[in-house]
Structures are given as structure tokens and as C-alpha cells.
Design a protein around this ligand. Structure first.
Ligand code: SF4
Length: 693
């Protein structure tokens, strides 16, 4: 038995809740085991199944341990010198032949702030703003809207103040009981046990809806009409906060005008929910002293994602539910460092601290520290980079991401990866994307290196190395440092992550007051402008961070998904994550514990839709869209609405993203993962029909 004092304090590598845990190195080097960190700031020692199984990837037999260089159809082992020189040669060749904007750089929400900071600096030193991260796939529309309408692209509040002061939790397009498990168990469920009301809006019944007081099971892609019913009910019944609207917002007239001719009965039909159920929820939210909105990818991953989130902002603003504990609009961020990856500037339009790249003064403030010119035009997003392969994009550097699994219309993505003149991937496993690479660099895992990560409520926390580095692997930071030095001579040679963080603080105002010492074991929530500031648990107490300090209300109208049901594809396909798996499955499907719980993909189908197609529970079916098809097991269940099918994105052998639509929100450029026209049929039935014909 080990004592409570033993172990290295670090942070779970999976979701954005940012749970603390401790690691103990086993007798065998490279192997670690978990210890609870009982007074961890976010989770008080609790972990979900993923956190509990997180060490299983550390000494996994599939780990990449040597640099690899492509030789024909396969790879050969190479030295680091060879692999890095090959990358330098190819990046220089691409620059000479096409210019720097012919290459894209994908940062990773699974790695540390310091590593992402260095990658985006490297891309900009190379001469391009084509650098992005997976927030483009999850909350790009949320970040865009919150920045435009309130000021900061992050949670307005914190889990702790919500638990203490929240009376109503409005959770839309999110399932925290399965996807942010400890946030749900330690905060939401605890609050509901203490009398708070939980309202969930989601097409799929799940563990959150089973804990909810009200579950509004809408049809995918109808969030705007649903929230317009809520807004109109509040306005018609005088439940809005006139003083707050007058003093702190702009645009209420526009919202009123948008809703003037709005027919609530028609809208309820579009949503597939009785009008009175939506109105009851509206009154509960509006009449609470403190009500908080939580928003997830069910809202953001639509071609109208920006407008979806704007309607949540409208709801919070007209009821005065911002700027106090227990209120706000709060995105539940997916990966453990997706917030930080955006904060440190790994996006094509912003530099560290969300300084706009096309703002001369802001850009020059960073150039003064970096000592080189930054291109002034925003670059391409990661989906735009992917779509431009073979056209304007010829090279790609990928750190810890897996676009072949994560991007929509994945069969097309595969073809484009094969069309690249040069692809370098740095990762811990041979991913589906790395299979297409020219050079693969073996990186270290979360348990082997240190640095900071920023969780969903803006808390910057320290991860600490707990075990030795296996084989010939290197830390992402060391790889980028060496690559930058080989490419540019100076500006990339740092003595470890703390030295990188010190430079980050210089250019990133919201992190300026944070130091490794001040982070300690508690973490610091940004914004933290000066050393000694404690950071902010909630934002906008006095004013919003917009130009005039006012929160922006803007009425929005229903836009159906880009692809709607028709005779050939009469169902709506939607996707979401499982409690026991994670995103592209690179780590979670290699974990014996997580894989045992759900070994393969499946599709949920309503009993009426299953009966129409002769499908029984447990049958294998073909799930098709206009872009591809996969074979998987059918789960016949009333958890999903009639006319809708639901599957998960985690499994390479039944890849949901071969089916999803790559249409983008025009402003945030996030793909519409959540709604595509689809059909399901028993395996073999189309072959049988063809034979019968
Ligand atoms: Fe890890 Fe998230 Fe689970 Fe916490 S809730 S243990 S951070 S996966």
C-alpha cells in the first residue's frame, strides 16, 4: 500500500473537465498506476471509467518507439537526425516551389499549451497562418459566437460557482452524464439533489436525460425553432429582465422583430415536441433567480452552429443570466486541452490570447517578442486545408490529430491524404492518418512529460512527468524545438516547458499573470492579467468584453440541415460520443477496459423504423448516406426519436465519418456532423434486391 503523499500530481488526458489524479511508477520502467488525488481542485479524487483506465495506453504494445520514413508501401526505421532532416528538406522544398501557404499545420487538443504554442509559432515563422486544431470540429461555432457577442470564447462561469448558486441548468446538445462524467456527478447531479432543476434538450435519451426533470427530445437540426419558442414565450409573457436588457445589451429590438411573425405551433411541429412542454421549460428557466446554460456539440456541429449558439446567448441576455455566479453560457469542452490550444493561438485567425492576426497593433505586439514578421491575413481552417489538398495545399504537418477519422466525408479525406506531396505525423500510435505519412515521429504520452493544460472552465493546470521515456520517443516540445531550430536557427531553443510558458505569458495577455509557481496544485483560471491576480471564476460582472461593453442580442431564424431526408435516404443520421470511448478512438479503443465495455460500433434505431425495415435488435445492418456505408450492429431502442438514427465516431472498422456531411457553417467553418440523410437496411438486403432484379 502507498500513502496519500505518494505519486505525481497530474491531469487526466481525456476530457475537458480536467480531473486531477496521481501517478506512481511501477517497478518496471514505463509502467504507471493510478492513485486518487483526493483534494484535486475539480474532481476531489473522483474519476470516470476513462480516467480510471487512462494509464492503459502508456506502456501499450502498439506504441511507436522509433522514427519512421516511408519506403514504397511501407515504412523503415530511421534515426531522428534522418527523419528531422527529411522534414526540413521537404518543408523547404514546398516553400520554394509553392510558397508557405501551400502547407498546413494541425495542432492538437491532446497535447500541452507549450507544445501547441510552439507549433503555431513554427507555422507563423514558416510564413503561414494555416494552423488550426480540433476545436474546428467541436466548438468553433461556440467560440466564434461567444467572442462576437460576449467577448471571450470560453465558459462564462465555472463548475464550482454553478454548483453553489445555480437553480436551473439548461443543457442543450450535450450529455454530461456520459461525456463529462465528473462534471455531472460532482456538480450537476449534486445540485439537482439539492433542489436545482435540470432541463435537457437532446434528440437522444441518455444518462443525462434520465437525471433530468424535463427532457425535450427534439429532431436533430431544430434547435433554433425550439429556442425561438422559448424566447417568444418569455417575451410574450413579460418574463424578461428589462433592466438588464436596457443597461447591458444591444439588439433586443432585432430579436423582437425576428419573432414578431413567428408561429410557435408550426415551430413545435418542426421540433417534434408538444408546444406546452417547451413553454413549461421556458418559464422554469426565466423565473429562476440564477439559471445557467450548458452547450455541447449537438448545438455547435451544424451548418447553422453560430446561430444556434447565438440563440442561447439571446436567452441568457434577455433574462439577465450573465455576470453572476450560477449563470452564463457554458460550453462543455471536449478534449483535455482544447480550451488551451485555442488560448495559445493554434487557430488561423488569432494569435496567443485571441489577438486578431489581421489587427496590426495586436500582431506587432507579438512580433516584438518573436522577432519576425507574422503574415497579416488569416489562414485556412483545418477542414479548408484538407479540402484544398491537391489544389493549393501540398504539404501537411500533423501533431497528435487524426483527420482520416475525425473529418467528415472521410473516404474523400483518405483520397486527399494520399494526394499530398508530403505528410509528417507526430503521434504516440500509428493512426489511420499516419498510415498515409511520409515521416512518422514517435512522441511521448501524457504520463511521460510535463506542461500546462487548460480545462473547460479556463483553469490552467500543470501536468507532471511520472515515468521515463520509452524507446526512442521524444516529447512533442523537444521535437518542435529541434525542428524549429533546424529550420530557422533561432527562436525555438527552450530549456523545457516552463521556459516556453514564460514566453507565452509575454505575448498572451489573458495568461500574463500566471506562472508555474502560481498554478501549483490548484490551477489558475484565466483571465489573469498580472502576477498576483487570482483569476476569475466568472466573467462579465460589470460589462462584456465587446467594443461598447454591451452583450449582443441578435434574432435568428430556422435553417434546416443542408441535407434533409428524401425517398432514398428517409432517416436523419446523428452522431455522439460514448462514455467509455473517446473521439477518434486512438487511445480509448486500445484500452482493454474501455474496449471490453463497448468493443464495436452500433447504431440506435427506433422500433417503428426497425420494424419497417425488418430489423431486429442485435441484427447487423448497413448504414448508408450519400457518401458511404458502414456495417454495424443495430440496437432497437426508444431512446432515439422515430425517423432518426444515432451512431458513434470512435471505431475505425465502422467509421461514422464516412457518412457525415462536410458542409460548413459559413462563419465558424465547423462541419455539420449532427445531421445527414441516411438509410438503414439488413446486411445483404441490397445485394439480394440486385440479385432479384
Ligand atoms: Fe478524465 Fe473527463 Fe473522466 Fe474526469 S470526467 S476522469 S477528466 S475523462
Amino acid at each position: 500500500m502507498s500513502s496519500d503523499d505518494e505519486g505525481v500530481h497530474t491531469i487526466c488526458p481525456y476530457c475537458g473537465v480536467g480531473c486531477g489524479l496521481k501517478l506512481l511508477e511501477e517497478d518496471e520502467p514505463g509502467s504507471v498506476r493510478l492513485q486518487p488525488w483526493f483534494d484535486a481542485p475539480v474532481n476531489d479524487g473522483a474519476l470516470c471509467i476513462k480516467g480510471g483506465a487512462s494509464t492503459q495506453v502508456v506502456d501499450h504494445e502498439d506504441r511507436l518507439t522509433e522514427p519512421l520514413i516511408r519506403e514504397g508501401e511501407s515504412f523503415r526505421e530511421a534515426t531522428w537526425d534522418e527523419a528531422l532532416e527529411h522534414i526540413v528538406d521537404e518543408l523547404e522544398r514546398l516553400d520554394d516551389e509553392y510558397g508557405p501557404d501551400a502547407t498546413g499545420f494541425f495542432a492538437s487538443s491532446k497535447v500541452m499549451n507549450e507544445e501547441n504554442y510552439l507549433l503555431q509559432k513554427l507555422a507563423r515563422r514558416y510564413g503561414t497562418n494555416n494552423v488550426d486544431n480540433c476545436t474546428r470540429m467541436c466548438h468553433a461555432s461556440t467560440v466564434y459566437t461567444l467572442r462576437q457577442s460576449l467577448g471571450a470564447g470560453a465558459m462564462t462561469n465555472s463548475m464550482a460557482d454553478l454548483e453553489e448558486d445555480g437553480e436551473v441548468y439548461w443543457v442543450q446538445g450535450a450529455n454530461p452524464a456520459e461525456q463529462h462524467v465528473i462534471a455531472h456527478s460532482n456538480y450537476f447531479r449534486q445540485a439537482t439533489l439539492d433542489g436545482a432543476t435540470l432541463i435537457q434538450v437532446d434528440p437522444h435519451a441518455n444518462k443525462t436525460s434520465r437525471d433530468a426533470d424535463i427532457h425535450l427530445q427534439l429532431k436533430p437540426g431544430t434547435d433554433i425553432p425550439l429556442l425561438n419558442i422559448v424566447l417568444k414565450t418569455i417575451i410574450d409573457e413579460g418574463l424578461y429582465d428589462e433592466d438588464f436588457i436596457e443597461a447591458r445589451t444591444t439588439g433586443f429590438d432585432h430579436l423582437e422583430a425576428t419573432l414578431a411573425e413567428f408561429d410557435m405551433e408550426d415551430a413545435a411541429d418542426i421540433c417534434g415536441i408538444p408546444l406546452e412542454d417547451i413553454q413549461e421549460a421556458a418559464r422554469i428557466y426565466a423565473e429562476a433567480d440564477n439559471a445557467a446554460i450548458f452547450t455541447g456539440m449537438g448545438m455547435s456541429q451544424h451548418a447553422c452552429g453560430v446561430d444556434n449558439v447565438q440563440n442561447e446567448v439571446n436567452l441568457a441576455l434577455i433574462t439577465g443570466n450573465l455576470g453572476r455566479p450560477g449563470t452564463g453560457v457554458n460550453p462543455l469542452r471536449g478534449q483535455n486541452n482544447v480550451q488551451g490550444t485555442c488560448d495559445v493561438g493554434a487557430m488561423p485567425n488569432v494569435l496567443p490570447g485571441y489577438l486578431e492576426v489581421d489587427d496590426d497593433e495586436a500582431r506587432e505586439s507579438v512580433e516584438d517578442v518573436w522577432g519576425f514578421e507574422i503574415p497579416p491575413e488569416p489562414g485556412l481552417t483545418n477542414v479548408e486545408v484538407s479540402n484544398a489538398i491537391g489544389d493549393s495545399i501540398h504539404g501537411l504537418f500533423v501533431m497528435g490529430e487524426n483527420p482520416v477519422m475525425s473529418e467528415p466525408d472521410a473516404l474523400e479525406v483518405e483520397k486527399r491524404m494520399a494526394d499530398l506531396e508530403f505528410l509528417a505525423v507526430q503521434d504516440i500510435f500509428m493512426t489511420e492518418t499516419a498510415e498515409f505519412a511520409d515521416v512518422v515521429l514517435p512522441a511521448t504520452t501524457w504520463a511521460e512529460r510535463g506542461g500546462t493544460v487548460t480545462n473547460t472552465d479556463r483553469r490552467v493546470q500543470l501536468m507532471r512527468p511520472a515515468t521515463s521515456v520509452p524507446g526512442n520517443t521524444r516529447h512533442d516540445l523537444d521535437i518542435l524545438s529541434e525542428l524549429g531550430t533546424r529550420l530557422f536557427g533561432e527562436g525555438f531553443d527552450f530549456d523545457g516547458p516552463e521556459a516556453v510558458f514564460e514566453e507565452l505569458r509575454e505575448v498572451c495577455p489573458i495568461y500574463h499573470g500566471i506562472t508555474y509557481d502560481s498554478i501549483g496544485l490548484e490551477g489558475v483560471q484565466w483571465p489573469c492579467y498580472e502576477e498576483g491576480d487570482e483569476g476569475d471564476q466568472y466573467l462579465y460582472a460589470e460589462s462584456f468584453d465587446t467594443e461598447d461593453g454591451l452583450g449582443v442580442i441578435r434574432g435568428v431564424r430556422h435553417q434546416p440541415p443542408a441535407e434533409v431526408e428524401d425517398e432514398e435516404f428517409p432517416l436523419v443520421l446523428t452522431t455522439a460520443r460514448l462514455e467509455e470511448h473517446y473521439n477518434t478512438g486512438t487511445m480509448s479503443t486500445r484500452s482493454p477496459t474501455l474496449r471490453r465495455k463497448t468493443p464495436e460500433n452500433f447504431v440506435d434505431i427506433h422500433p417503428a423504423d426497425a420494424a419497417d425495415r425488418g430489423i431486429e435488435d442485435g441484427d447487423y445492418v448497413t448504414l448508408r448516406s450519400r457518401r458511404g456505408e458502414i456495417v454495424l450492429e443495430a440496437q432497437v431502442t426508444e431512446d432515439i426519436k422515430e425517423g432518426v438514427v444515432w451512431t458513434t465516431p470512435h471505431f475505425a472498422d465502422a467509421r461514422a465519418n464516412t457518412l457525415t456531411n462536410d458542409v460548413l457553417d459559413p462563419l465558424a467553418k465547423i462541419p455539420e456532423y449532427k445531421a445527414a440523410a441516411a438509410e438503414v437496411e439488413p446486411v445483404g438486403s441490397s445485394e439480394q434486391e440486385a440479385a432479384d432484379d
